[in-house]
Design a protein around this ligand. Structure first.
Ligand code: GFB
Length: 320
């Protein structure tokens, strides 16, 4: 018989618990570590070069040694639209392996609570907006991120299956497009906000006339500041115990063109924009219905203007 897991349907008390943040060096994992530092618990982590989460035997051995009582799965192979659309195998294999290895070992070791991080791209490309949790698996995915989405859906379904069959208190939640301190600013692999910050900063320094913006500038996106996400994750870890995944969003959306102008305002760039329509737009719109999370008692607090300022300050201090 498997060891006893957390109690289904009950709040989870983090006090004194060993909480493993898988992926603690990434943007999300670092924000979760910052947030857990304000809780009376014991966050644990392991560097990527000591543990490859894609190797099942290594993951099982490390977890059996450390014995986490709760886990937040923030580890993932991630990237922006171009990385997603060109590294299909990596995005599918890495993310499937990370999910199956951690979730399966967590059950065997009697982990009391596990929170798996999905992504808004799990929803169908043509889902009705804003997208409620019920839209999952109701239609075809956006092709530029199909592989990542399939892996994330599988991870979320694993949590549900282990809950139903084995009684494990494993939950999942999916945020919208994230940004913030610690983001990836590499222009080939990054998401749109860090890319625009890096490009606009460079254009200003070079006195360039314009910044290149991929696509038409027309797609709508909803952005969530990573420290708000971390707060929502800890909130859910403590208060939510259900089979259904939970959307995490702000309810506010902006076009990519308007975002480029907002970033230019923060950076102080006076020039124009070149829209490169050789690059993909991806999903036309991706607004989450975060009503369920709001009814549970959580809302974010960082608006886009404030979040962009904080992210640009971090970029200048660390990378520029
Ligand atoms: O952030 P992003 O790469 O991800 O792109 P997605 C968002 C929008 O910004 C797209 C446009 O319409 C891009 O064409 N964009 C404009 C840029 N300029 C740039 C630029 O310089 N770099 C980038 N990267 N985009 C991702 C998925 O989709 O969303 C992932 O690929 C993940 O699976 C993530 O789910 C949240 O919103 O299109």
């Amino acid at each position: 018989m498997a060891p006893e897991q957390g109690k289904l349907g009950q709040p989870y008390d983090l006090t004194g618990k060993r909480v493993w943040v898988a992926g603690h060096r990434g943007m999300v994992g670092s924000a979760v570590m910052r947030r857990l530092a304000t809780e009376d618990c014991e966050p644990v982590s392991v560097p990527r070069d000591s543990l490859d989460l894609r190797r099942q035997a290594e993951v099982e051995a490390w977890m059996a040694d450390v014995r986490p009582q709760a886990i937040i799965v923030a580890a993932a192979t991630v990237g922006g639209i171009q990385a997603n659309a060109t590294r299909q195998a990596e995005f599918l294999y890495d993310n499937l392996a990370i999910a199956t290895n951690i979730v399966h070992a967590a059950r065997g070791l009697g982990v009391e609570k596990l929170l798996f991080l999905g992504s808004a791209c799990i929803y169908p490309r043509e889902a009705a907006q804003p997208m409620a949790e019920e839209a999952l698996l109701s239609g075809p995915l956006e092709p530029t991120n199909e592989w990542y989405a399939v892996a994330k859906i599988a991870g979320m379904k694993l949590c549900e299956a282990y809950r139903v069959q084995y009684g494990c208190d494993f939950i999942s939640a999916q945020p919208n497009n994230l940004y913030g301190p610690g983001d990836n600013f590499d222009l080939e692999t990054s998401h749109v906000i860090p890319a625009l910050i890096a490009k606009t900063h460079r254009a200003k320094a070079d006195g360039a006339a314009a910044v290149e913006v991929w696509g038409t500038g027309k797609p709508l996106r909803e952005f969530l500041f990573v420290d708000d996400l971390a707060d929502a994750l800890v909130f859910l870890l403590k208060t939510y115990s259900g089979a259904g995944p939970i959307n995490i969003g702000t309810g506010e959306e902006i076009t990519v063109g308007a975002l480029a102008e907002a970033v230019a305002g923060v950076v102080g760039f006076q020039g124009g924009f070149d829209f490169n329509t050789e690059k993909p737009d991806g999903a036309p719109r991706k607004l989450l219905d975060a009503g369920r999370l709001k009814r549970l008692g959580w809302t974010g607090k960082t608006g886009l203007a404030e979040g962009l300022e904080a992210t640009y300050a971090w970029y200048k201090a660390n990378l520029a």
